[in-house]
Every structure is written in C-alpha cells, then in structure tokens.
Design a protein around this ligand. Structure first.
Ligand code: ZN
Length: 134
C-alpha cells in the first residue's frame, strides 16, 4: 500500500489567469488543461513536471473549500496528492492506522480520477489526497 509517485501538488490561487503566466513564463511549463470541478467549487489548471503535476486551484464560491482556505490562510500550498493503485483500499488502510478521513470512499475528482482526502489533523498539518484510477 504505497504511492507510486506524487501525482500532483495542489496550490490555492486567487486567479488562474494571473497565476498561469508565472508557471509558463518563469518556469517554462505548459498549462495543458483548465477544468471546473463544480462539486468542489473550483477551477483547476494543470502543468506537468515529470510524472508529477502542479494543480492550481481557483475558488468559484467563497463558501467552497478553496474559498474558505484562502480566507483563512491566503493563497499558497494547499495539498499533496499521492498516486495510489487502489484509492479505496489505501483509504481503508489509512483509517485502520487511526487516520481521520475526509472521504471514507473514493469520489470523482479532476481528470477523471478517483480521489479521497485524509484529514490534515491526522497528517501533521498536510492536507493529503490519494488519487488513482480505481
Ligand atoms: Zn488534488
């Protein structure tokens, strides 16, 4: 039950339009997708860095999770996502170790992947996502 790689790093931003040029012009990355995840009240932009992606998260609703996060902490690092072959099993394994879960079972996330979050109170303050095809 271990991650194959870091699938992505999630970064909360005030505006995709204002943030994308930094990643493209300064870092030389290419934004290959912009996607709204209505469920999560966010718009996301993706960049590939090797096997890992950068996921920028812009809130579409001040009461959504990213809206609330930015209000509390400001823009910046939001979460780390580990690629897991079986997200459901990985969530169960974490729960068995006493980790508090945000998602008891996987749910659909961006890019057609199944995702599930662990609670940052159980992960030394780092909001942690598992992410995979099943
Ligand atoms: Zn994510």
């Amino acid at each position: 039950m271990k991650p194959t790689h870091i699938e992505h790093i999630g970064i909360a931003v005030l505006s995709l339009e204002e943030s994308i040029p930094y990643y493209e012009k300064v870092l030389g990355l290419e934004c290959y997708a912009i996607e709204e995840v209505a469920d999560q009240k966010v718009r996301t932009a993706f960049f590939r860095v090797g096997d890992t992606k950068i996921e920028l998260l812009e809130s579409t609703d001040p009461d959504g999770p990213i809206g609330k996060f930015i209000e509390k902490k400001g823009p910046g690092f939001h979460h780390i996502a580990f690629a897991m072959e079986q997200v459901g099993e990985a969530l169960k394994h974490a729960a068995d170790q006493g980790v508090r879960l945000i998602d008891e079972v996987p749910r659909p996330g961006a890019e057609g992947l199944q995702i599930g979050f662990l609670h940052p109170k159980s992960t030394q303050g780092v909001l942690t996502e598992f992410c995979g095809n099943e």
